[in-house]
Design a protein around this ligand. Structure first.
Ligand SMILES: Nc1ncnc2c1ncn2[C@@H]1O[C@H](COP(=O)(O)OP(=O)(O)OP(=O)(O)O)[C@@H](O)[C@H]1O
Ligand SMILES: [Mg+2]
Length: 254
């Protein structure tokens, strides 16, 4: 599904601020795998996502996504197969458009005639059904502009928008970090359901170690642009947040 080989990215090369944000990083993700990504501030987590979506071109290495070598492709040529949710709920939705217009736009991605006029009756009931799942009353507010919604409601909408066109890879960059505990829990539960239903390959960045172990099938820790460890199977099942932290401090000392 995703194969990253020897990814290298250095910002501010040749200056005192030179920084290898990705340092010979290799990672393979199979379809249906749900990878959680942890690591301290500046470890290179968001940079890794940016490399996958095409926010910049790598200095070295390659990226194969869904069978295509995308190393040199611009973001719009990769976007059809990638769903992306950011920490900031404002980033995934258009504030001046209504809920149904936002959804229609997301739903039309990759369709032959994306800019059809208006929202059809069928699409509207399809959106209603999906919105109802969040139990936030959004299904009764489909003609409200998105700027009126709370952060949690916007993130629920962003979640639906990023998965409604059935991407192959879902990237979540601390997507519950800005929400209150109840909203975060709800969004996380529905994320998990959607990932399982769609058998979506998923990568989720989080600073919450418990969340990193409770969700998904595999956990990696990034440090200094490299994978410090890669946990799965029994080893992951038996891991606790405190042991994981111990493991991490031990690595840093070495
Ligand atoms: N576009 C950019 N231009 C210059 N430097 C950048 C850019 N993007 C990232 N960096 C640098 O690369 C390093 C890794 O940053 P990155 O945002 O990937 O960290 P992160 O692991 O996501 O951290 P956080 O947990 O704080 O979100 C940092 O030193 C950062 O300043
Ligand atoms: Mg980040």
């Amino acid at each position: 599904m995703l194969e990253i080989k020897h990814a290298q990215k250095t910002f501010f090369r040749g200056t005192p601020n030179e920084r290898a944000a990705l340092n010979d990083l290799s990672l393979t993700l199979d379809g249906g795998e749900f990878l959680t990504v942890i690591g301290s501030n500046g470890a290179g987590k968001s940079t890794l996502f940016n490399a996958i979506t095409g926010g910049f071109i790598l200095d070295g290495g390659s990226i194969v996504l869904n069978g295509d070598d995308v190393t040199w492709l611009p973001p719009h040529r990769r976007a059809l197969v990638i769903g992306y949710i950011f920490q900031n709920p404002a980033r995934g939705t258009a504030p001046n458009m209504t809920i149904e217009e936002n959804l229609a736009l997301a739903y039309s991605r990759g369709k032959k005639w994306p800019l059809r006029k208006g929202v059809s009756k069928e699409d509207r009931s399809f959106f209603r059904e999906h919105l109802a799942r969040f139990e936030m009353g959004l299904e009764d507010r489909m003609k409200d502009t998105v700027g009126l919604l709370s952060g949690g409601q916007r993130q629920a909408l962003a979640m639906l928008m990023s998965t409604i066109a059935r991407p192959r890879l879902l990237l979540l960059d601390e997507h519950t970090a800005a929400l209150d505990p109840a909203a975060a829990q709800k969004i996380m539960r529905i994320t998990d359901e959607i990932v399982k239903e769609q058998k979506l390959a998923t990568m989720m960045i989080t600073h919450n170690i418990r969340q990193a172990l409770d969700f998904g099938t595999r956990t990696i820790m990034l440090d200094d642009g490299k994978i410090a460890f890669d946990l799965r199977g029994e080893e992951r099942k038996n891991m606790t947040p405190s042991r994981l932290m111990e493991h991490y401090s031990h690595l840093r000392v070495m």
